[in-house]
Every structure is written in C-alpha cells, then in structure tokens.
Design a binder for this molecule. Structure first.
Ligand SMILES: NC(=O)C1=CN([C@@H]2O[C@H](COP(=O)(O)OP(=O)(O)OC[C@H]3O[C@@H](n4cnc5c(N)ncnc54)[C@H](O)[C@@H]3O)[C@@H](O)[C@H]2O)C=CC1
Ligand SMILES: O=C(O)[C@@H]1CCC=N1
Length: 276
C-alpha cells in the first residue's frame, strides 16, 4: 500500500465523505490516520461510523495532520481558516476544494508562504472515477505539494494540473457536471417509461448507456465524440430522428449555456457574491 501522510478535513459534508470513502476503499489512507471536523453533530456521527477521528474543533485536525483539505462551503472559508491560522506551519499543505475561492483569497487567510493548492474535484470520487483539476499557490511546489495532490485525487480518479484562471471553467464542466449528467439520465429513463418500459428496467438501461458511452469515448481518445455519435446514426434510422429532435430542442446550446452559467457563478463567488 502506498499510503499518504495523515489527512485532515475541515468540513465533513458531501464532498469530504465522497473523497474519504474513495480513499479508504483504495487503502490510500487508513481510517486512524484521518481527522475530520464539522460543526454538525450528525456529520460527525457519519464520520465516526467510517472509523475516522471526528471532532467539532478544527484546531485538533490541524494539530494532528499535515495535509488538510478545506471542504466547507465557500462563504464559511474565512471563518474556518481564521480558527486554525496560527497552527499552520511550513510542513502543512492546505488543499481547498471550495468553488470560486481563489488562491489569493486563501493565502490572505493564512501565514505568509503557506503551501496551498486549489482543487476542483467532483462527487464520483466516491467510486474512484472523479475528474479533478488543480492549481498550485505561490507557496506550493510541484514536488512535494503537486505530487501529493496528484496522489490523493489520482487515487480516486483522474487529476490534471491547470492554470488557476481555468478553474471556474473546470467547475462548470466537471465540478458541477455530475448534476447535468444525472439530469440527462433521469430524462433518458423517463423517456423509456413514457414509451412503456418498467421504471427499473428504464433506469438500469439509461445508467449503463451513459457509463458505456463514457467508457467507449475515454478508451478512444483520438476519435472525436461527434464521430462516435455518427457511428450510431444510421441514415434515415431511429437515432438520427432522435438527435434531430434534440437539436431542435436546443440540447447543445442549453448545455453550453449551463456550463458558462456555472463558471460565471464560480467567478461571482470569488467576488464576494455570497451567500448562495
Ligand atoms: N458537492 C459537490 O459536488 C462539490 C462541492 N465542492 C466544494 O466543496 C465544498 C463542500 O461542499 P459540500 O461537501 O457539497 O458541502 P456540505 O454542505 O455537504 O459540507 C460542508 C460541511 O461543512 C460543515 N461546516 C460548516 N461550517 C464549518 C466550520 N466552521 N468548520 C467545519 N465544518 C463546518 C457543514 O456542517 C457541512 O457538513 C464547497 O466549497 C463546494 O464548493 C467542490 C466540488 C464538488
Ligand atoms: O454547486 C456548487 O457550488 C458545488 C461546486 C461544484 C459542485 N457543487
């Protein structure tokens, strides 16, 4: 087992749980090396059931771990960092997954030269299939900080370095992306039910179709996705009749607009347009 140093989380919500369950299932960390803080007792109870150390005191997390993942909502970031600022030492690495919170804003809340990495993962961390992008702060180095982040998020999916200016666009594509794909899957299954399929059959077929299509595209990176689509569209057949209907309904325009809206919202968050 290639294990990581002890890992801490400030905020034990949805994303902490997804990352943590992913890491534990890959044995990248052992539960007794993980500390999590949260203000909600119910979340601490969930964490205890995972076997990790759970506390209401974020300072305990920073005292006991060197790699600290900031996983609170963006509007809570200043308060959560203020609580632990004086405990952050040169050996610490702070990894923020908070949408729209810039490296500069994070660094302003921390001691000078603190090592910070801004990361945008997504919920498929839970099943080892996340799409993650990250950018290093001015006090972080490719080695060891970038490598540690690549190991952490690479263990639960794909992790790519990007320029920080691209992280809002990343949020629009892959951070928020699972929600759009799930919406599509829900509609695909509803279409099946509307055409007479039992609900459970329609849902299974819809999920497997999205999974199989993604796998097919990922395993043929040199083939444009439009070419893969054309291979399904027999001339005058069922598929082209359906894809024309989707074009008429503006599917692609709607998705492009949605991604841009999410990216703009991430930028708004970084300009203090809080709360949600
Ligand atoms: N949910 C998602 O799909 C993704 C979320 N993110 C980012 O991850 C961050 C966390 O999001 P979620 O896990 O979805 O939110 P969440 O609301 O499920 O989790 C946040 C947790 O922080 C706790 N909390 C609040 N104040 C605290 C404090 N001072 N100290 C410690 N814990 C505190 C809350 O009780 C809550 O359990 C957000 O900044 C979000 O932008 C990033 C990528 C994907
Ligand atoms: O909706 C949000 O703001 C967060 C960031 C990316 C996914 N969920």
């Amino acid at each position: 087992m290639i294990s990581l140093p002890s890992v801490g989380f400030l905020g034990g919500g949805v994303m902490c749980e997804a990352i943590l369950r992913g890491l534990l299932s890959k044995s990248l960390v052992s539960a007794d090396q993980v500390w999590v803080s949260d203000v909600a007792e119910a979340r601490l109870e969930v964490m205890r059931k995972l076997g990790v150390r759970a506390t209401a005191d974020g300072r305990e997390v920073v005292k006991h771990t060197k790699l600290v993942v900031l996983a609170v909502k963006p509007d809570v970031v200043p308060a959560a960092l203020k609580e632990v600022r004086d405990l952050i030492e040169a050996e610490h690495l702070l990894v923020s997954i908070c949408a729209g919170v810039t490296l500069h804003q994070l660094e302003e809340c921390l001691p000078a030269n603190a090592a910070v990495v801004r990361v945008m993962p997504n919920t498929p961390c839970l099943v080892g299939a996340a799409a993650t992008a990250f950018a290093l702060g001015s006090g972080a180095k490719a080695s060891p900080h970038g490598e540690l982040v690549e190991r952490l998020f690479g263990a639960v999916g794909v992790a790519l370095p990007v320029a920080e200016k691209h992280l809002d666009a990343v949020t629009g594509v892959s951070g928020s992306g699972p929600a759009y794909v799930l919406m599509f899957m829900e509609a695909l299954a509803d279409g099946g039910v509307s055409a007479g399929l039992p609900r459970d059959v329609a849902q299974k077929l819809a999920c497997q179709t999205v999974f199989g299509t993604a796998k097919m595209a990922l395993e043929q990176p040199d083939v444009h996705v439009a070419e893969l689509r054309n291979r399904v569209e027999s001339p005058g057949g069922t598929t082209v009749t359906a894809t024309r209907t989707l074009e008429e309904a503006g599917l692609r325009t709607a998705v492009i607009r949605a991604v841009r809206a999410a990216a703009r919202r991430a930028d708004d968050l970084s300009h203090g347009m809080l709360p949600y």
